[in-house]
Write a protein that binds this ligand. Structure first.
Ligand SMILES: *Cc1c(COP(=O)(O)O)cnc(C)c1O
Length: 356
């Protein structure tokens, strides 16, 4: 389909901007929302005219299927401002494609590509003053689609809402993580929805994560659902493990989300001459490498935190500490990827898209 969505988006600007109420020197992550939101409804078998309206509450029938059957998918992305005030997105077409992969798995109708990209660009232009510029800050963008149609019958909704909301956010650094290798619960299963950014995947993670928190760990390392032998993800991030000078990450599957940060870091690391192995890695190999001293680093990778270094992990009631490195891959790769995102370095891979 080839429509010029920017010309058909109906825009209603806010009468009263909230921007002066925001303390930009002290931004929490994902708590504050901008003046506008993008909304597009699916009704009578089609996506209706997209709109940008003042950010506001929604009104839904209590029988709306989202509440009962969890039909919802989302994306997480960021807009960055460089020192000249230019606005950039990082690989946004990958988010656009992925939300449709997720939607398909949840029997949600796919979004027209132009609505996603043009809606996002128009929204960013309107709320461009909300993109923070302090070090490590960005505008976190949350596109999502959910079943808004009413009716308690367990069947796919006939109506949906696609919304893009934005949140000016400071850098997402939670300190170095202490993680627990999960041996009982699973985030996802073969044939399941683990590869989709489906709302319920995260709801299902909260309880095991809470149990880990109570034991003093900040995050859970997910293992495969059948044997709990293979390391899969770090909370809602992909995982990287450095043994010796080799960087290892699990291959994507039904159970593992195909992260844009992950695949970008693989390319950047290889370009830096780091050996990257995309392969299965067992808990046993991890424990052995920790014992013999070859385990150098572990980190999570995802849009929100970019890279979250892991300080140590617990397994079978034993805690293993990772060494503190001066020249870690985590720091090196984080600098490389954020330099591209914030237009501080050449973008040889063609990932950066200017919004203008
Ligand atoms: C979103 C997400 C990631 C990271 O994906 P990015 O595209 O890098 O942000 C990894 N794992 C899970 C489970 C996720 O939901």
């Amino acid at each position: 389909m080839n429509v010029d969505a920017s010309s058909i988006i109906k825009i209603e600007k806010t009468k009263q901007s909230k921007i002066n109420e925001v303390d930009f020197s002290n931004l929490p992550f994902g708590q504050i929302t901008t003046d506008h939101m993008f909304v597009c409804d699916f009704k009578n078998g089609q996506w209706e005219q997209p709109q940008i309206i003042p950010y506001q509450n929604l009104s839904l029938d209590p029988s709306a299927k989202i509440f009962h059957y969890g039909q919802s998918v989302f994306e997480g992305m960021k807009a960055y401002k460089d020192t000249n005030g230019k606005i950039f997105l990082f690989r946004p077409l990958d988010n656009q494609k992925r939300i449709n992969i997720s939607a398909k798995r949840l029997a949600i109708p796919e979004l027209p590509e132009e609505y996603f990209m043009e809606g996002l660009k128009e929204l960013l232009k309107l709320d461009s003053n909300w993109i923070p510029t302090s070090d490590g800050s960005s505008l976190y963008i949350r596109p999502f689609v959910f079943a808004s149609g009413s009716g308690l019958h367990a069947s796919p909704s006939k109506e949906y809402k696609f919304i893009i909301a934005c949140s000016p956010s400071g850098s997402y650094f939670g300190g170095k993580l202490k993680v627990l290798i999960e041996q009982k619960y699973s985030r996802s299963a073969n044939g399941g929805v683990g590869y989709a950014k489906a709302g319920g995947n995260y709801g299902g993670q909260f309880y095991p994560t809470k149990l880990a928190n109570e034991k003093g760990y900040q995050q859970v390392i997910w293992t495969d659902d059948t044997s709990h032998q293979f390391i899969e993800e770090a909370g809602a991030m992909n995982i990287f493990i450095r043994i010796g000078d080799t960087l290892i990450t699990a291959p994507t599957s039904d159970r593992i989300l195909d992260g844009i940060t992950r695949k970008s870091l693989i390319k950047i690391a290889e370009n830096d001459g780091i050996t990257v192995e995309v392969r299965k890695i067992t808990v046993n190999e991890l424990v052995e490498s920790a014992k013999n001293g070859s385990l150098k680093e572990m980190f999570g990778a995802g849009t929100a935190a970019v890279i979250s270094p892991i300080a140590g992990f617990g397994f079978n009631d034993i805690d293993f500490e990772l060494p503190i490195l001066e020249n870690s891959y985590a720091l090196q790769l984080k600098k490389r990827i954020t330099d591209i995102q914030y237009n501080r370095a050449e973008d040889k891979f063609g990932w950066r898209i200017e919004v203008k």
